[in-house]
Design a protein around this ligand. Structure first.
Ligand code: ATP
Ligand code: MG
Length: 201
């Protein structure tokens, strides 16, 4: 499984719908300072529900919506504002196989397809804001996305994304804390938690 394509629409500095292709083994993104490289990583974390707003450099979710004030363009901002990010995953190898979406239209096996599109949308109205998640166009909860991605070892606690400063932090940790990270990556941590829960009962 790998990310095939990212579709950003009105997200952060991407005021226009932007499709970014990713290759199977290795993709690098280069560009001048402030051109939006880190915003692309923020987009992935946002769409997959892997980070708090602080982790994607925003105070609140609505800060992620493109703000024309950042640029000189004279853009009309009347009406509801919204942003969306779609992460298209190549699933030919069926890494993701056990997901179902249940809703009014019935039950659909999400995993049994070559391509899985996970999308998140944030919308701001005059007095509120809303966040929506979708798997292949079907409206779902964040927990559905987390269950799906956990099959590929992608979790909010996991070290799937190494952010700036993470390496320094890991170097400066105590051996015990470093061990916890290795347990997390190796998938042992979940059993430690289950064991602790069992002893408590
Ligand atoms: P560096 O090389 O310095 O790390 P970068 O390519 O990673 O730069 P980013 O941090 O991704 O750059 O992008 C920062 C830019 O995104 C800033 O110019 C900032 O004004 C802009 N930006 C952030 N949020 C928004 C928003 N909601 N609307 C418009 N522009 C935004
Ligand atoms: Mg950056």
């Amino acid at each position: 499984m790998h990310i095939k394509e990212l579709v950003l629409d009105n997200f952060k500095s991407f005021g226009r719908k932007t499709r970014i292709p990713f290759y199977e083994d290795f993709t690098t993104i280069s560009g001048p300072n402030g051109s939006g490289k880190s915003n692309i990583i923020d987009a992935v974390l946002f769409a997959l529900g892997l980070a708090r707003t602080s982790g994607i450099r925003a105070e609140k979710l609505t800060d992620l919506i493109y703000n024309p004030g950042h640029a000189d363009e004279d853009v009309d901002v009347s009406g509801d504002r919204q942003a969306s990010v779609e992460v298209i995953l190549a699933n030919e190898d069926r890494t993701l196989e056990r997901a179902q979406v249940v809703n009014a239209a019935g039950t659909e096996d999400v995993g049994d397809v070559d391509e899985i599109a996970i999308k998140r949308r944030v919308k701001e109205t005059e007095d509120n804001y809303y966040s929506y998640y979708y798997i292949n166009g079907r409206s779902v909860n964040l927990s559905d996305i987390q269950d799906l991605l956990a099959q590929a070892g992608v979790t909010p606690e996991g070290y799937n994304v190494v952010m700036q400063g993470d390496v320094t932090e890991i170097i400066n940790m105590t051996p015990g804390s470093r061990r916890e990270i290795i347990d997390e990556i190796a998938g042992v941590a979940q059993f430690d938690q289950k064991k602790a829960d069992a002893f408590e009962e």
